[in-house]
Write a protein that binds this ligand. Structure first.
Ligand code: SF4
Ligand code: SF4
Length: 498
């Protein structure tokens, strides 16, 4: 068998697997694995990359499927639009995603890390493939890196880094498109960097981070930086399904022929192939480890060896520690999983309800500056401005009208207003309440109708006036024709939300 052997120094169980004894970085050259999981991975990666790239390009309701418009503080998500006042929704969305990942970790360990995290998807699915395509299998890559500078090394290195850089530029621009929109970014690129220095600087910074990460930093991000990776030990238990080595079946290890001579020898032939393919260079036979990202390449590598030596596959497999140690069946009904799932479910339900109830328009009532009310011989008058904001995707006509029973007291000089997406306008409204009908604390109502959807919003506005009976108050205040201090709302630009 011709196999890519693990790094000569082998796994170091006293320290992080990718560091040598002096604490220096050991660059990893994982060998290629062949098997069912390795065959499935390119499909998964292709679909995920297509989704990452498509989200800012595909338009739903006139806007990108996902667009985080920071300068205008707007957020477009699959046809819905949100503004800065909806920022609280981010809490529900982020905690919902967090709990979903926690439930996944409790049930299937690092499934996210090994299969769906963008770090794995791009590193394993794109950058390492380019490296293999240009420089060959792991043993050749290591020889090339350790060897002297030759024409082959320079040419292959230059080609590899040129492609890495081009890909980093492309990924950085896709990432930026989430924040600027594809159309705006396209226009900026046509204009050139001089006119958009801020965006250009961000593109350069993202390119440098992506290039440095996928060329050099690589698995260090999972081992050293990622908080999700470091939380795994508290999120998992003995029933969590993970990539496991069946030590009961594999130990004691022995070479292929040893088992023929001694029946007590286990199935592991100590070939080291599971370490050679591991992107973090750990020995899964030492038990679950923080560095294991659950990529499943060691399963394929070991199955391949088992097939070659005529032994059953599955010596390394997806299984729980309880199943390996006690032969216990996997159970999903565990307190930890149920608790995480209930918390996650509550957040998903709450965030779905809150987000689906997100209004298509917003109405705020503003008091004009100056006196809160005016007292005449026959009426108490309040003046407001009604601020209408269109939160729908698209131009919309809004109609304002007094609600039933308030046509005699509410006067609207302008009843129609046309607004583009997230455009807002203030319209004046006058309330004139006859003195004999005025009661302290009374409200008047008007309606705002979105003519595109037919949605009608009833807006209640408190009529401000004297606290004491009007006749007495009027006699007392006739000279001033203005409201008393007891009722006056200071900060007259105060906003009353509907
Ligand atoms: S031990 Fe296996 S599953 Fe874990 S990172 Fe290494 S190859 Fe992947
Ligand atoms: S690949 Fe399988 S047989 Fe080879 S060392 Fe790893 S566990 Fe043992």
């Amino acid at each position: 068998m011709s196999l890519d052997k693990p790094d000569k120094s082998g796994p170091n169980l006293d320290t992080v697997s990718v560091l040598d004894e002096r604490g220096s970085r050991k660059y990893v050259y994982p060998a290629d694995a062949k098997g069912r999981w390795s065959r499935l991975k390119p499909w998964v990666y292709t679909i995920l990359i297509a989704v990452y790239v498509a989200l800012p390009f595909v338009h739903i309701g006139g806007h990108p499927a996902v667009h985080i418009d920071l300068p205008d503080r707007r957020f477009y998500l699959f046809g819905a639009t949100y503004n800065s006042q909806d920022f609280y929704l981010a809490f529900f969305v982020l905690t919902g995603i967090g709990f979903a990942l926690i439930v996944v970790a409790a049930l299937w360990g690092r499934l996210w890390c090994g299969w769906a995290c963008p770090q794995t998807v791009f590193l394993d699915g794109v950058f390492r493939r380019i490296e293999r395509w240009i420089e060959g299998p792991a043993s050749k890559r290591r020889r090339l890196a350790d060897g002297p500078f030759t024409g082959e090394k320079v040419i292959k290195g230059a080609l590899k880094h040129a492609i890495y850089l081009a890909l980093s530029v492309a990924i950085a621009h896709v990432f930026l498109a989430y924040f600027t929109s594809v159309d705006t970014l396209g226009a900026m690129i046509e204009d050139g960097p001089a006119g958009h220095m801020g965006t250009f600087m961000w593109a350069a910074i993202f390119t440098a981070i992506i290039y440095g990460n996928f060329w050099w930093f690589r698995e260090q991000l999972c081992i050293v930086i990622c908080p999700y990776g470091r939380l795994q030990s508290v999120l998992q238990d003995r029933d969590t399904i993970n990539v496991q080595y069946d030590y009961a079946r594999g130990e004691p290890r022995g070479k292929v022929r040893a088992k023929e001579l001694d029946a007590s020898v286990g199935d592991c032939v100590d070939c080291g192939r599971c370490i050679a393919v591991c992107p973090t260079q750990i020995d899964i036979r030492s038990g679950p480890q923080l560095e294991c990202i659950g990529c499943a390449y060691c399963i394929d590598a070991c199955d391949d060896i088992m097939t070659k030596v005529g032994r059953p596959t599955g010596l390394i497999r997806y299984d729980s520690l309880a199943a390996i140690e006690d032969g216990k069946r996997r159970s999903f009904k565990r307190p930890r999983v149920i608790a995480y799932a209930i918390a996650g479910l509550i957040l998903v339900v709450v965030s779905t309800i809150v987000m689906s109830r997100n209004d298509t328009f917003e109405v705020n009532v503003l008091r004009v500056q100056g006196a809160p009310y005016t007292l005449t011989d026959a009426t108490i008058e309040n003046t407001f401005r009604v601020h209408v904001v269109n939160k729908r995707n698209g131009h919309t006509l809004f109609k304002l009208a007094p609600a039933d029973g308030f046509a005699d007291v509410l006067f609207l000089p302008q009843t129609d207003v046309e607004l583009d997406t997230f455009q807002g306008r203030e319209l004046p409204v006058f309330a004139k309440v006859p003195l004999q009908h005025y009661k302290h604390g009374m409200e008047v109502h008007l309606t705002v109708t979105d003519t595109s959807t037919g949605e009608v919003e009833d807006v209640a506005v408190a009529v401000l006036g004297p606290r004491r009976p009007v006749r007495k108050a009027k006699a007392h205040e006739d000279d001033e024709h203005h409201g008393d201090e007891g009722d006056r709302h200071h900060g007259d630009e105060g906003e009353e939300k509907r």
